[in-house]
Design a protein around this ligand. Structure first.
Ligand code: GDP
Ligand code: MG
Length: 512
């Protein structure tokens, strides 16, 4: 019997998984949400003789229905499975990370707020007045560092308080902002309390204004036709931009007087001064990725070298089969197909291991965020995010490495699109073979052939992006997401190795 179920909600990198792992330790199971490729992580822990269930909800930026992750998160919260929702925010960048809380306000599920990364905020000289925030929000608020194992007592106390109070976010001031939006009051007056379970009319009106497909369909289904006609007659001109402004304004008011900055101006580190430089930023990122790819061979080479044992086994088997008078066809099948492929799989496994480890590490410490930052605009034109530049560059060396590296991209659609495009980038082997064959067959015409091939490659990528881009990556997701550089972190080796291990489980299953 469990005492309570807690759902962890927060934007990517707010520390959900860190908190989840610290709470549940080994008592967790990872699977997929039914019918989806989105990872489902659940676990449990005991405290003070009571057992708690925890769900680590997929990372999403808001409560909109733009991606599978967001729909799953929203459905889980309103299903009532959780007794309390723990909303995480990053103390070092509250303006941005409280957006999730603002978007949550109006959902009918009790919650509390954890301001994580206290250590980083302190380093920046930011002091948060937790009590003031608690008064303004009407829900329990606490601040700590999820990475600090000694800080958890406070978490348990706040959790107990939240479970007892079951409080909701005070929305009066937020709604005052919404009321200024054209059409808000008219739409809201047509939506009765309890129209859609789990949401207040305010929240539904806002999502309808934002053109949220799921909410719009639901309202159409639940609201009497005459009222729906009235709603539909109101133009949703301002949309998500207007409601977004309201949310940010509300956050500003919330933080006004609640955050004190003792140090002015956080100085950019030396490295960030290079990355954010208009001229040097891109070459620096390309260099970083190339070094990362080369670095991947350090952990990969021992495994790849060990795979040579397979060659020795193959020769031994071939020798034995020959002396046994085995048919050449059968020998070829056994030695060249089965044994050799097995060796090849181990070699590739070593390579994928290296790439996953190194680029996972770059993600952990925050370098990947810099890569995103520098390339967000360029990649945004293809509907991708800045991180996609990494798989592209790696694919010049090896396509498999590029595809494996695409793991660090958070959105499923962007991940798939990146792999679909990176596939066309000629890899190391192609660079060696294409010029040679072109010269053999076309002589002096070879350069023209090579250029033509490159043009076809670009055309291929362009067509793929045109056909699949809109389906895989919704226009709402296409804006650059990094507005502020997150701080560098010390890597958490445990989390990194779990991540590498899970990647390999998948790879071994696929090759088997
Ligand atoms: P998620 O995307 O919400 O699951 O976030 P993670 O738990 O993966 O955390 C993102 C990064 O922030 C990881 O590198 C964590 O080690 C780091 N991190 C999490 N909590 C803290 C904290 O309180 N202080 C610091 N300095 N780093 C943290
Ligand atoms: Mg996570």
């Amino acid at each position: 019997m469990s005492a309570a179920t807690i759902a962890l909600l927060g934007q990517p990198n707010s520390g959900k998984s860190t908190l989840f792992n610290a709470l549940t330790g080994m008592r967790q199971h990872v699977g997929n949400w039914p019918g989806k490729t989105v990872e489902k992580k659940e676990g449990s822990f005991a405290h003070d003789g009571k057992t708690y269930e925890v769900a680590d909800l997929p990372g999403s930026y808001s409560m909109s229905a733009n991606s599978d992750e967001e729909v799953i998160t929203r459905d889980y919260i309103t299903s009532g499975k959780a007794d309390v929702v723990c909303i995480l925010a990053d103390s070092s960048q509250l303006e941005r990370s409280l957006f999730m809380l603002a978007d949550y306000a109006g959902i009918d599920a009790p919650c509390f707020l954890v301001l994580n990364m206290e250590d980083v905020a302190k380093d920046q000289g930011k002091i948060v007045n937790v009590k003031a925030l608690e008064d303004k929000l009407g829900i329990p608020v606490m601040q700590f560092s999820a990475t600090d194992t000694k800080a958890y007592d406070q978490f348990y106390t706040t959790l107990e308080r939240a479970l007892k109070r079951k409080s909701h976010i005070k929305v009066d001031n937020l709604e005052k902002e919404y009321e200024k939006i054209e059409g808000y009051n008219e739409i809201k007056s047509q939506i009765a309390d309890g129209t859609v379970k789990g949401y207040t009319p305010m929240w539904l009106t806002v999502k309808y204004l934002e053109n949220d497909k799921v909410v719009s369909a639901e309202l159409k289904d639940k609201i009497p036709a005459d009222k729906m006609t009235k709603i539909e007659s109101i133009e949703r001109r301002s949309g998500a931009i207007a409601t977004g402004e309201c949310k940010f304004k509300w956050i500003d008011e919330l933080l006004d007087g609640a955050v004190n900055k003792t140090k002015t101006d956080v100085k950019l580190g030396k490295l960030d001064r290079i990355y954010t430089n208009r001229f040097w930023g891109k070459p620096a990122v390309v260099l970083t990725v190339i070094l990362g790819l080369l670095g991947s061979f350090i952990p990969a080479l021992p495994i790849m070298a060990a795979a040579s044992i397979v060659d020795i086994i193959r020769d031994a088997v071939a020798g034995a089969l020959t002396s046994a008078g085995c048919a050449p066809f059968l020998m070829g099948l056994i030695c060249d197909v089965f044994i050799q492929s097995f060796g090849y799989i181990i070699k590739m496994l070593g390579f994928v291991f290296g790439v996953t480890l190194v680029f996972g590490l770059l993600e952990e410490v925050g370098v990947m965020a810099r890569i995103s930052y520098v390339f967000d605009n360029t990649m945004g034109k293809l509907g991708l995010q800045g991180k996609s530049v990494m798989p592209f560059l790696v694919s010049f060396g090896c396509t498999i490495g590029g595809a494996a590296g695409a793991r660090v991209i958070d959105s499923w659609g962007q991940k798939v699109l990146t792999i679909a495009l990176a596939w066309a980038v000629p890899c190391g082997a192609a660079w060696a073979i294409v010029p040679m064959l072109s010269t053999v067959f076309f002589g002096m015409g070879a350069p023209v052939v090579i250029i033509a091939l490159l043009l076809v490659m670009i055309l291929h990528m362009w067509i793929t992006a045109k056909i699949f881009g809109a389906k895989l990556v919704k226009t709402e997701e296409r804006c650059g997401m990094i507005m502020e550089l997150p701080p560098y972190h010390k890597p958490k080796w445990g989390a990194l190795f779990r991540y590498v291990f899970r990647t390999h489980q998948g790879y071994i299953l696929q090759s088997a």
